[in-house]
Design a protein around this ligand. Structure first.
Ligand SMILES: Nc1ncnc2c1ncn2[C@@H]1O[C@H](COP(=O)(O)OP(=O)(O)OP(=O)(O)O)[C@@H](O)[C@H]1O
Length: 562
């Protein structure tokens, strides 16, 4: 065999595939990029998709001993698919006449791999082309403008990979707004543990992003003490649509009619009005149905998410800054409502250039933009709009989910870059391959076997799906799963249930009360925002005697009520 070659083409050949007799069992592996000289096209890039090894020459003695002395007769055969070559105009071409049996095969060099695959981006370092030392660098513009999805089954490395991309975007001062249902991204503030070898391998250094990241809680600091700020939506001059879109299933036509009349009368009377004013005005209605409307409005008011001092979108989306909306302690239907309102504000603000171009990151996207037939949420429409129109306004979206089959197809299909990690659920695999060009049964097979930390990258900018060994995070990873056994063995037991004659619990049990969070202690001075939120405007005279059960939503959020 000629020096440097790893095999020879043999048997029946085609223009898109051929077989190769491998000369050295360690020289090529499944997925390896190789090159073959083609008589008309020159060097052509190809990839090994399967390898088999066979031997019929060993003796019974060798088999009995479980050892073979001579393996030199083993026949190692690789199945190869042709990727192609770039012509003078830079177009990808594959040969039109078959490869020639007997021609030698070599390991492909970096230049050929980069140019043929289209790995010419110079921006974001997300890792290494699997099995090589070649850096995979994506274009920031393309990834942000044309949206991106990260899909994988749970525990395969979605949030790790997302954080790697977010770090790269932060290093380039791209504003980010992250919807974080499980407090996984707050650890961007912390530097990752030192692992010199891994950092050297991927060409990065550990880093904390604490100076860029602000964590917002739509609940309060008693529920989420790690948050930096509270997040509030506008509670002034709410329209019928604003209110009914919060919990659309609860408002019938009659309820909407009552609300409409009440708000009309308020508008005729005053320039600005609060939700308490609306409750008061609804109280003047003559019908019995008003009590249901009042109850629903009180439920909305009691969540505390509405405030006369809402968090401005301009504070969340700023050059070089990252806002994390940490949904810890916020019930799911409230989360969708908040995502809907927030994204509407974001889209409007971006259209009017009130905030800079940036990226909206949606974790657990199947909950906020579910596919028809799975569930319905108020946030789907605006997320669809951003997916289809965001690009025009420089508003990108990163969609992250463990259930690709359950995400709205209109949203998923708009993502120009797909990063897919291990997926085994057949419906999810089907959803992925349906939505992507260039994903065939070989690719589906590959997806089921991917090890943690390796992703398949499918992008408009890259000629065919590639596997990427995702780089180490610069910041600390926050999505570690809980070691149940260790927790059970080390954590102290919860206090025993109260005995019959035990004294009642104090009136304020901080974590459970949301409408009146405890005042901060002297050691922990409250921020201005906290004071603002914990002291709502004086309420008008109650429109009816308060109910003892505290309202349905309140009960749902906090369990049994008082
Ligand atoms: N590129 C990587 N390098 C090193 N470790 C990784 C990498 N990707 C994932 N991991 C490890 O794999 C584990 C699971 O990753 P991650 O938390 O990102 O999974 P996930 O898909 O987001 O899971 P979930 O759906 O439960 O949130 C983590 O403990 C992480 O440390």
């Amino acid at each position: 065999m000629v020096r440097g070659s790893v095999g020879v083409i043999f048997g029946e050949t085609g223009t898109l595939e051929f077989k190769m007799l491998v000369s050295d069992s360690t020289a090529v592996y499944r997925g390896a990029y190789i090159k073959a000289w083609h008589e008309t096209d020159g060097w052509v890039l190809a990839q090994v998709i399967n390898i088999t090894r066979s031997s019929e020459s060993f003796t019974i003695e060798e088999a009995k001993a479980g050892q073979r002395k001579d393996k030199s007769d083993d026949r190692i055969v690789a199945e190869v698919i042709v990727i192609g070559t770039r012509d003078k105009e830079g177009m990808l071409r594959s040969p039109t006449i078959p490869f020639s049996p007997g021609d030698l095969i070599y390991i492909a060099d970096e230049g050929l791999i980069r140019s043929v695959l289209g790995l010419l981006g110079q921006d974001m370092n997300i890792g290494l082309l699997e099995g090589t030392g070649i850096k995979v660098q994506l274009s920031v513009n393309s990834l942000v403008q044309k949206h991106c999805s990260i899909l994988a089954k749970t525990g395969s490395g979605k949030s790790y990979t997302a954080a790697v991309i977010l770090e790269e975007l932060m290093d380039r001062d791209i504003p980010l707004l992250i919807i974080d249902p499980h407090s996984e991204y707050t650890s961007l503030k912390m530097q990752g543990p030192d692992d010199p070898e891994a950092f050297k391998k991927y060409g990065v250094t550990p880093k904390s992003y604490a100076d860029r990241v602000t964590v917002y809680t739509p609940a309060n600091k008693a529920i989420n003490p790690d948050a930096d700020e509270t997040f509030r939506l506008n509670g002034m001059n709410l329209t019928v649509k604003d209110l009914t879109s919060i919990f659309p299933d609860n408002f019938s036509t009659t309820h909407t009619g009552i609300l409409y009349e009440a708000i009309q009368s308020l508008r005729a009377e005053m320039e600005t009005y609060t939700i308490d004013d609306i409750i008061f005005a609804v109280g003047n209605d003559k019908s019995k149905a008003k009590w249901s409307v009042i109850s629903m409005l009180e439920n909305i008011r009691d969540t505390d998410i509405l405030s006369p001092n809402p968090t401005p979108i301009e504070a969340l989306v700023r050059k070089g800054k990252v806002a994390i909306l940490d949904f810890k302690g916020v019930p799911p239907d409230m989360q969708s409502m908040i995502v809907a309102q927030l994204c509407l504000n974001l889209f409007e603000a971006r259209k009017l250039d009130r905030v800079p171009p940036g990226m909206l990151v949606i974790e657990e996207a199947h909950n906020y933009a579910p596919e028809k037939g799975f569930s319905k949420t108020v946030s789907t429409d605006i997320l669809r709009t951003i997916a289809s129109e965001g690009r025009k306004f420089g508003l990108g979206m990163m969609v992250i989910s463990q259930r690709p089959a359950r995400i709205d197809k209109n949203v998923l299909s708009q993502c120009g870059t797909q990063i897919i990690m291990k997926v085994t659920n057949p419906n999810d695999l089907k959803a992925i391959s349906k939505g992507l060009e260039g994903v065939n049964s070989y690719v589906e097979d590959e997806l089921m076997r991917l090890p943690a930390g390796v992703a398949m990258l499918v992008s408009n900018d890259i000629e065919r799906p590639i596997l990427v060994d995702i780089r180490i995070r610069r910041s600390k990873h926050g999505g570690e799963s809980v070691n149940v056994l260790m927790a059970a063995q080390t954590q102290s037991l919860p206090p025993p249930p109260p005995v019959a004659n035990a004294p009642p619990l104090p009136e304020e049990t901080p974590v459970l009360r949301k409408t009146a969070p405890p005042l901060p202690s002297a050691a922990e001075p409250a921020t201005i925002e906290e004071n603002r939120v914990s002291a709502p405007p004086p309420k008008r005279k109650p429109s009816r005697p308060p109910k003892n059960d505290g309202g349905k939503l309140f009960t749902r959020i906090f369990g049994g009520g008082k």
